[in-house]
Write a protein that binds this ligand. Structure first.
Ligand code: ADP
Length: 400
């Protein structure tokens, strides 16, 4: 029988799940419960060609996972017979000590809970997801796969903040990097797609989803990435600011008398393209720019321009970090779907060896594809990310 891994990704008000067969790469079912804890939650499960959904109150993550299993049953699935061998959990922050995919026991749960201050939006709900799933499926191994893992061995020059060394050591302050599962998966897929050895490729991966990060990868090993101690640093994101002058935090605390928690919430949830342009969905942002009335259209335009400007700065930086860049790959929701973002990110870079083909870039194709011009020294790709499959593969690798 095919081995199947249940992959769980818990957010504060959402829970995503996916049943993946790592050997074939097939995802046999996926589901999502959103707005957990609100009056009207939305749950949806897809299995084969059947989709079942429900709108009802889902009080907590416990109820969400239970409901997901119910809907999977309703869609004709049977958890007992799919060949479940493990449950894989996406954990965002592993801190200094947790980075390899790790079989979860009480000590790992306690450690992940301790790391909450480093990823306050991500780690606590993920830990809740782990606890709920361990209670519900006690006989299966549960395995944590960390977003920080791929970047664990970043060169010291890229991982270190230029600040008081002893203080940084005491509080484990370094650049950890995130979306590592995606950066690793996509860079490996790029090598496979181009039929070239991974260890001979210098790559830039642009993971542009709601969260967004860039990485520079030399011969399969990351040499820089845009996210840091937390997933707030770097590119402009859906609702996160990315790079800001740290002086802004002190200024708001001192002068606007804002509490640290309020500043953090503002930079995490009310910044980025949403904070500037009123929406974090790029489809809506384009609609506003093209057809909105003023001042909304202008706000959306500025948000877009700031987003593109930052993205181009990181691409330029990583071209310099790598020296000779063979591949640039776009991935995740925006990177895979938004041809305009891809074009605006790379326009005018021919003198740096990067030239996209307008026609290929506009192609509605969904799979892995080349979008650079034939004569472009750097190949530009679009590759769909699949963090669930990567997590499932990491799980079976741990099991041996
Ligand atoms: P995450 O996993 O970080 O939640 P995704 O990688 O799923 O995010 O990306 C979600 C984002 O992708 C949306 O907020 C939206 O901005 C963008 N997106 C999705 N589909 C499209 C599309 N067809 N065109 C442009 N942007 C899109």
């Amino acid at each position: 029988m095919n081995r199947t891994v249940l992959v769980i990704n818990s957010g504060s008000s959402s829970m995503k799940f996916s049943l993946v067969q790592p050997d074939s790469g097939v995802e046999i079912a996926d589901g999502l419960v959103e707005r957990i804890g609100e009056r009207e939650s939305i749950a949806k499960v897809q299995f084969g060609d059947r989709t079942v959904d429900r709108e009802c109150a889902v009080a907590d993550h416990d109820a969400a996972l239970r409901l997901t299993f119910e809907l999977f049953d309703e869609a004709g699935g049977n958890l007992e017979t799919v060949g479940l061998v493990a449950v894989g959990h996406r954990l965002v922050h592993g801190g200094r000590d947790l980075y390899r995919p790790t079989v979860i026991d009480d000590a790992v749960v306690a450690k992940a809970r301790e790391l909450a201050p480093l990823a306050p939006l991500h780690n606590p709900p993920a830990v809740i997801g782990v606890e709920v799933a361990r209670r519900m499926l006690p006989d299966l191994p549960h395995i944590a796969v960390f977003d920080t893992a791929f970047f664990h061995d970043l060169p010291a020059a890229a991982a270190t903040y230029a600040m008081d060394r002893e203080l940084a050591e005491q509080w484990r302050i370094r650049r950890y990097g995130f979306h590592g599962t995606s950066h690793q998966y996509v860079s490996e897929q790029a090598a496979e797609f181009l039929d070239r050895p991974l260890d001979q490729l210098n790559q830039i991966v642009l993971h542009l989803g709601n969260g967004a990060s860039a990485s520079a990868i030399a011969g399969g090993r990351p040499v820089d990435t845009s996210m840091g101690l937390t997933p707030m640093e770097g590119l402009v994101m859906g609702t996160r600011s990315g790079d800001v002058d740290p002086g802004i935090v002190f200024y708001l605390a001192r002068t606007a008398k804002m509490a640290v928690e309020d500043i953090e919430a503002m930079l995490n949830r009310r910044s980025g393209v949403f904070g500037l342009g009123g929406d974090n969905d790029f489809r809506e942002l384009h609609r506003l720019i093209e057809g909105g009335s003023e001042p909304e259209a202008g706000h959306a335009r500025l948000a877009y321009d700031v987003y593109i400007h930052r993205l181009r700065k990181y691409i330029g930086a990583y071209l310099a970090v790598l020296g000779d860049t063979h591949v640039i790959t776009f991935t995740a929701g925006v990177g895979e779907n938004d041809a305009k973002v891809r074009r605006d990110a790379l326009t005018g870079l021919a003198p740096l060896g990067v030239e996209i083909d307008e026609h290929l870039n506009e192609s509605p194709s969904r799979g892995a594809r080349v979008i650079s011009a034939d004569n472009s020294p750097t190949t530009v790709l679009v590759i769909p990310t699949d963090e669930e499959l990567a997590i499932a593969r990491a799980c079976v690798a741990v099991l041996g």
